[in-house]
Design a protein around this ligand. Structure first.
Ligand code: 13P
Ligand code: SF4
Length: 341
């Protein structure tokens, strides 16, 4: 099978968001770029890590690893490649660099922000720490390396509840995601864990958009519908959901589930695209919203950073910031291992 045919076989079912539809003709146009990127990867001893929200032709055409932010940081930690091309957003590439100071980490997108990571600076955290003496500062992984360097432990959507529960302190400042923080407060109550959890005011502009009333209408129209959501959604959405997890956790749930007649995925459109490729027998309904930052990575950008990266495509972190951010990320790995045991 040619590259174009292989790509088409994978992508022909993608219907969510603006990435598709993928015709055989469109895959034929992409195939030379895909082949060139694969050759360049070998030539440069490079590895491509892609988040599930980026365009499917990157995930299924050229990536070596795909997953949620926790899994990708573990993949970044384990790689022996000289160059890591991180197709996602800047904070994820920064995490890879913190874990791999001797490797070159490149980010293809020139619009590589994130509404959560951009909502808070290291200066803000220093001020909050002065205002909250004795509190343990827990940051979501969606923060810059500078912010992580000021915090005690970082978490991802795959381990946030278990780590917050496990932290010995009962005074927690959680930043920057207010909605995820409210969900952490609710989950701790459900688990009977008494902690004073204070919150910052950031939100993900994608997940904050989902409307619980609309979800209720869809549930009424589709008996047997399973509503799956990401913990960056509002608490109303979480209450309406059958299952809440990280992007990889949602994929695993759908793979294993035999009871849903259809699925409504309340996260970025890319995950529905992945599910349409990996689970062709299942039905997905409903609207989804796109992250402009994740979607700003293209195959041409991936090629560009492999051939002639510009200084702004290469992640640089000062030794001081790296040391602080590494402590914060390593604390996450330690807690995550503990809660797994
Ligand atoms: P995951 O870690 O679940 O992939 O989430 C990352 C993210 O940015 C969600 O918006
Ligand atoms: Fe950030 Fe939201 Fe985009 Fe995730 S979906 S990268 S939290 S803006």
């Amino acid at each position: 099978m040619s590259t174009a045919e292989k790509l088409y076989e994978k992508l022909k079912n993608v219907e969510s968001g603006t990435s598709g539809p993928y015709s055989l003709e469109r895959c034929r146009q992409m195939a030379p770029r895909v082949d060139e990127i694969k050759r360049l990867k070998q030539e440069k001893n490079a590895v491509i890590l892609a988040h599930s929200y980026v365009h499917p032709e990157i995930i299924y055409g050229v990536s070596d690893f795909v997953g949620d932010s926790y899994q990708l940081s573990k993949d970044a930690k384990a790689t022996t490649a000289d160059v890591i091309v991180f197709v996602a957003v800047r904070f994820m590439a920064e995490t890879a660099k913190v874990l791999n100071p001797d490797k070159e980490v490149r980010i293809p997108s020139r619009l590589s922000g994130c509404s959560l990571a951009d909502s808070i600076t290291a200066e803000d955290v220093r001020r909050l720490k002065a205002e909250h003496p004795g509190f343990t500062f827990v940051c979501y992984i969606n923060t810059s390396a500078e912010v992580k360097a000021e915090c005690d432990v970082c978490v991802t959507s795959s381990n946030v509840y278990d780590i917050v529960q496990r932290i010995p302190s009962d005074q927690i400042y959680f930043l920057p995601d207010k909605l995820m923080g409210e969900n952490v407060q609710d989950e701790m109550k459900r688990r009977g864990v008494a902690k004073d959890i204070r919150l910052y005011d950031g939100t993900c502009y994608v997940h904050a958009e989902y409307d619980a009333e609309r979800v209720r209408r869809l549930q009424a129209q589709h008996p047997g519908l399973k509503v799956l959501s990401h913990p960056e959604c509002t608490r109303d959405i979480i209450e309406q959901s059958d299952f809440v997890a990280s992007t990889s956790g949602l994929m695993d749930y759908m793979q294993a589930d035999q009871t849903g007649s259809a699925y409504l995925l309340l996260t970025e459109c890319g995950l529905a695209g992945r599910a349409q490729v990996d689970m062709p027998g299942k039905t997905f309904i409903g609207p989804c919203f796109e992250c402009k930052y994740m979607k700003s990575n293209s195959l041409d950008d991936v090629r560009r950073v492999l051939v002639h990266p510009e200084p702004e495509d290469i992640i640089e972190i000062s030794p001081d910031v790296r040391a602080g951010a590494l402590r914060c990320i390593d604390n996450m790995f330690t807690y995550a291992e503990m809660v797994r045991d």
